[in-house]
Design a protein. Structure first.
Length: 293
């Protein structure tokens, strides 16, 4: 499933085609994806201008001139492609041809910018929903989400408070969307490695008994910031389904230091350890037992 850097990359790829443009028409080529589309879905989109295109955790959010918000989730295999007038697209230098599986083109937005934005989802785990911006606090899909890891609110003090007295592992805490929103398995593994913290470490060790952050909390926040920013700059990680809206591959998978590197030497100079993998909370965890404590 795409994580924060991949979703942010898609958001930036859609901005030029959608932000400030009117949705001239919208097509639904099936009645549902993961969930059924609302009966008035198309009617609430057509003729409305996209006044802003944002991201919250792993959701794309398009603000509309009507006061509504179009929320979009990529699911396991969802992707967008942007076509210019005449159906042409200009791939980037890292272009990877998409399969021409038009049967999986489920939602199409025809924009006043001249672009056609197509949502393709072979597995149909993605979904879209429209709700009023004024009622965003009541939206179940967004309730309970923690702070954005790249936002000003997320710092060592906040992370320490969220993890104080937690009896779960550090990795489990970081994957909890109530603690911090948008992090997934890949980038948690990479951030823990950079911070030299064991994924098995108790989350509570980020906080003193008084609730102040330990030096581990500061290291971890810095590592999360660094790995996410580098991944976004690289266009995310292309492992299975992720492609940018232009068809370009994300490149951050070439910078992985532990994820998917089981049996390889640790990249930390002088460590001499070997990357191991174990199953944790149903997910593969990659780490160096020698330098991650």
């Amino acid at each position: 499933m795409p994580e924060l850097p991949e979703v942010e990359t898609v958001r930036r790829g859609l901005q030029g085609a959608m932000e400030g443009a009117k949705i001239v028409s919208a097509e639904l080529r099936r009645k549902d994806l993961r969930f059924p589309f609302q009966k008035d879905f198309v009617a609430r989109l057509q003729g409305k201008t996209v006044t802003g295109l944002g991201r919250r955790a792993k959701y794309l959010m398009a603000d509309l001139s009507s006061g509504d918000v179009l929320l979009m989730h990529l699911g396991m295999s969802g992707s967008f492609r942007v076509l210019s007038e005449g159906g042409k697209k200009t791939p980037g230098k890292f272009h990877h041809p998409r399969g021409e599986q038009r049967a999986h083109d489920h939602v199409v937005f025809h924009m006043s910018s001249g672009a056609t934005v197509v949502f393709n989802d072979p597995r149909r785990f993605g979904y879209m929903k429209i709700f009023s911006r004024a009622k965003i606090g009541d939206e179940p899909l967004l309730q309970g989400l923690g702070p954005e890891p790249l936002g000003n609110e997320f710092d060592a003090k906040m992370l320490a408070r969220a993890c104080r007295n937690k009896k779960t592992s550090l990795k489990a805490a970081l994957l909890d969307q109530r603690v911090v929103a948008g992090l997934g398995n890949i980038y948690v593994c990479e951030a823990l490695y950079r911070a030299q913290l064991s994924p098995r470490r108790l989350a509570a060790t980020l906080s003193t008994k008084k609730g102040t952050p330990t030096e581990h909390a500061g290291r971890l926040v810095d590592a999360i910031h660094a790995v996410l920013n580098e991944a976004i700059k690289a266009g995310g990680s292309s492992l299975r389904d992720h492609r940018q809206t232009s068809g370009e591959l994300g490149l951050f998978q070439h910078s992985f230091q532990v994820y998917g590197r089981e049996g390889k030497k640790c990249a930390t100079p002088g460590c001499g350890g070997v990357v191991r993998r174990f199953t944790q909370n149903g997910r593969s965890t990659f780490w160096c037992p020698k330098c991650q404590k």
